[in-house]
Design a protein around this ligand. Structure first.
Ligand SMILES: [Zn+2]
Length: 267
């Protein structure tokens, strides 16, 4: 049995399905055979498939990690959250982390679009990381919202969210530099999580990039996203410079809050 170590934790790697490798502590291994875990995981697979059915140029399985709710979950995900679903990058390894009680707590059927969107956001991170797991925080969070909200049209079923977006003005926008700098440190994720407009700002930033690519290259929204992801795969760093060149906008203007507000025209 393959083992994986992170800090003081030891995980066994379970070859669960053609899509998932599951990293869990040995005492949790038997749980995966229980009906509640099976149905929880097949629900996760169905949500992931909503993204994969769009057609991405990626391969390999997705890593799921099960961490004990509380300090262990916080330590692994490097967030202030005690449990739930959260992506984690440990060295060069990428995981979607679930707390050990999630199969009990997560309702898998008839959940509202907003809740489904939140889980698809996490899977969208996992898909994007297969292209590049070293993007800035703004690009990562923006892409993870763009895929469900815009590419999969979830925003059509979330009128309250769209109203909220439309009510934003330039003072509500958090700048790209602020988001990137304030989430570079693990503890500062708290700051970002408390500032409810930072996620909206990330989404508007990436939405406007994709809209610019659609218009400039006469592409569909999906093709514009795929083009953008391939571009990010090719470039290890300096992503904002690459974007500014491709959409023909100075780096200054790209990073100015006005660019995010301009995206509202497209909503
Ligand atoms: Zn996220």
């Amino acid at each position: 049995m393959k083992k994986y170590h992170y800090k003081d934790y030891e995980f066994e790697v379970v070859d669960y399905s053609s899509k998932f490798d599951i990293y869990c502590q040995s005492e949790f291994k038997e749980w995966l055979k229980l009906d509640k875990w099976k149905s929880f995981l097949s629900f996760q697979e169905a949500l992931l498939d909503e993204i994969l059915d769009l057609g991405f140029n990626i391969d390999g399985k997705f890593n799921i990690m099960i961490a004990t709710k509380g300090d262990e979950f916080k330590e692994i995900t490097k967030t202030p959250y005690e449990g739930g679903i959260c992506d984690a990058i440990l060295g060069d390894d990428v995981f979607l982390v679930f707390d050990d009680l999630i199969a009990e707590n997560c309702i898998c059927e008839n959940i509202p679009s907003s809740k489904k969107k939140m889980i698809i956001h996490e899977w969208a991170h996992m898909v994007v990381y297969k292209y590049n797991h070293k993007l800035t925080h703004t690009l990562n969070e923006g892409l993870a919202d763009l895929i469900p909200l815009y590419i999969l049209d979830y925003q059509n079923f979330m009128p309250e969210y769209v109203e909220k977006l439309k009510s934003l003005n330039i003072d509500d926008i958090v700048s790209v530099d602020y988001i990137d700098e304030n989430t570079a440190l693990d503890d500062d994720l708290t700051v970002c999580a408390q500032n409810k407009h930072s996620y909206l700002s990330c989404y508007l930033f990436v939405l406007n990039i994709i809209k610019n690519i659609e218009i400039k290259f006469n592409k569909s929204k999906l093709d514009a996203l795929l083009f953008f992801l391939e571009l990010m795969r090719k470039h290890e760093k300096h992503h904002y410079e690459v974007i500014s060149e491709i959409i023909d906008l100075s780096l200054e203007k790209l990073k100015f809050n006005e660019f995010q507000i301009d995206a509202l025209e497209h909503i």
